[in-house]
Design a protein around this ligand. Structure first.
Ligand code: ZN
Length: 249
């Protein structure tokens, strides 16, 4: 993936479709930025959704899905959206999971030792709370798409609608154990014990400080890039659709 071209295309699409762009940090030659888009209709308060991608530099499907979603511009009218489409651009320059210092940014959301995560968290702290977060990833070892759900208040789950939509475009990992955790039909519901874990991923920060429901979406790197991008785009669209219906929340 040519990350410079993809980021340029993301910014062009965002600008064309009325997103505002805020630069919150710097990594090497790149600005780290977040996009924001208000809801286009009332009534009532909009559903606030946060999306992120590109924190692992060997997972191109996330930023490419972000580009596709921004170009398609099919957002629910009552959704207010915040989107960080590429949190580790330098990682993509060298096709490596970590940042240039060899740090996995997605393990730094408790201690904030990297400049990138420190800047990202400072930006997140300035935002309102989100109804739902979605973190876009790939997994190099999985046999199909799967997701992690955090839903401590047992709100209407988006997991089944997401998996039902994705299985039409990408195989789902039906393993009983994924990444050492119990899984059912591509859905992992880990116990939420963040204070027992020293190295927080972004999702732990979000569920602790910014949201009460969220999904980490994992596309299988075994499959072609277009299948993985389709899987993530389909997952996001399903999540947005069900998160913004009246039945939710
Ligand atoms: Zn990842």
């Amino acid at each position: 993936m040519d990350v410079r071209a993809v980021l340029s295309d993301i910014q062009t699409a965002a600008q064309q479709h009325g997103w505002t762009l805020e630069i919150f940090g710097r990594q090497g030659e790149f600005n780290l930025f977040a996009l924001h888009r208000p809801a286009s209709i009332g009534p009532g308060h909009p559903t606030r959704l946060y999306l992120s991608a590109g924190i692992h530099g060997d997972e191109p499907a996330g930023p490419l899905a972000a580009l596709r979603l921004l170009r398609d511009n099919q957002w629910p009218a009552n959704a207010e959206l915040w989107f960080c489409p590429c949190l580790n651009p330098m990682g993509f320059v060298v096709n490596r999971r970590e940042n240039p210092d060899g740090k996995d940014l997605n393990r730094d959301y408790r201690h904030l030792e990297t400049a990138e995560v420190l800047a990202h968290v400072a930006w997140l702290e300035r935002q309102p709370r989100f109804d739902v977060y979605l973190c876009l990833h790939e997994d190099w070892e999985s046999h199909g798409f799967y997701l992690y759900e955090q839903n401590p208040d047992n709100r209407a789950s988006l997991a089944d609608p997401i998996v039902s939509a994705v299985e039409k475009v990408c195989p789902v990992d039906e393993s009983g154990v994924i990444e050492g955790r119990e899984a059912h039909g591509g859905i992992i519901r880990p116990k939420f014990l963040p204070h027992e874990r020293p190295d927080w991923p972004e999702a732990f920060y979000l569920i602790t400080h910014k949201s009460r429901q969220g999904y980490t979406l994992e596309a299988p790197s075994d499959f072609t890039l277009s299948v993985r991008v389709n899987a993530l785009v389909t997952a996001v669209n399903a999540a947005l659709k069900f998160a913004t219906t009246d039945a939710h929340g």
